[in-house]
Write a protein that binds this ligand. Sequence first.
Ligand SMILES: NC(=O)c1ccc[n+]([C@@H]2O[C@H](COP(=O)([O-])OP(=O)(O)OC[C@H]3O[C@@H](n4cnc5c(N)ncnc54)[C@H](OP(=O)(O)O)[C@@H]3O)[C@@H](O)[C@H]2O)c1
Length: 336
Amino acid sequence: MKAIAIFRNGGPEVLEAIELELPLPAPHEVRVRHTAIGLNFSDINVRNGGFYLTQKPHFPLILGNEAAGVVESVGSAVEGFVQGDRVAYAGSGSLFFLNTGAYAEERNIDANCLVKLPDDISDEQAAALLLKGLTAAVVVHRCYTPQPGDTILVHAAASGVGSLLAQWCTHLGATVIGTVGSQAKADFARAHGCHQTILYRSEDFVSAVRCLAPEGVAAVFDGVGKDTFVPSFDVLRPFGAAVNYGNASGNVPPFNLMLLAQKGCLALHRPGFGFYGNTRQTRQPACDELFDLVRQGAIRVDISRKVPLHEAALAHAEVEQGRSTGSVLLIPSSTQ
Ligand SMILES: NC(=O)c1ccc[n+]([C@@H]2O[C@H](COP(=O)([O-])OP(=O)(O)OC[C@H]3O[C@@H](n4cnc5c(N)ncnc54)[C@H](OP(=O)(O)O)[C@@H]3O)[C@@H](O)[C@H]2O)c1
């Protein structure tokens, strides 16, 4: 079967097509034939190396943490899955840079990582939604739950996670201000939950948010990191929640904890989707909720690009340069 692997860290050019034979699934594993693979910013961090990875990668390494597909065969100890089941996964039971392997036509994966897909959720919707949606779920349920009447600031509101968060906040009755990098992204963000948008590359977002919400916002949901997180303390109301879930612009620089007291006794959160993704007890209800939000039309899963798996380097360049909106999928040639 074909896969995309890296043999060293570097730019998109280090992504290489390889062919390999998979072993039979181990007793606890399921063989999944992928039909749609989710591209995530963390794949780019793993490809680049050195960002916030705490262990050296073992090469060759097949990238990817998220996919949907069909069960081809099951290990001898697997219960609850049979050949032909439609399934998806986000993460493979450990940190995002370990046990990767979604950029492949097929893989063997621990049955504990899988969710079954309902008939009314397509493989592509699942691969575009699961990882980013579980991240949004941790933010909304474990960090700060937007209340009716709240104003929430979502940075990079046209991004994969940002566009889900903006829609979810609006669904819960909040007013959403979104920052975006271009007018086209502003239009996208307004169609995906944002009431107001700020072009944060050409405007000072702190003054712009203060104009729109003079009392300050209840929470900031931030996947941008270095460029936005600490300045965002200045737009929060007293006791507001500063949530950093990602670092698209780089790591948040170190800051003195006292700053949180000085800026209004702020609450600080740094969540990860693995909290929901790694155990079936939390993952299944969270996925059921995400599927329901999609069914109700509260969350629209926007797939801006579907790229053949063997052209993963093109998709990486596009996402890394911030040119994508919503979700980007890689499609194996066996599905096309
Ligand atoms: N904690 C977790 O468990 C978890 C889970 C999923 C994702 N994440 C992280 O959350 C972040 C966002 O994920 P996502 O899936 O929403 O990403 P995405 O769809 O690829 O969007 C990232 C957006 O960030 C903005 N950005 C700002 N500065 C940038 C820069 N220097 N380079 C590239 N983009 C930049 C761009 O939007 P504008 O043009 O509008 O500025 C870009 O489109 C990533 O850091 C990702 O690793 C964390």
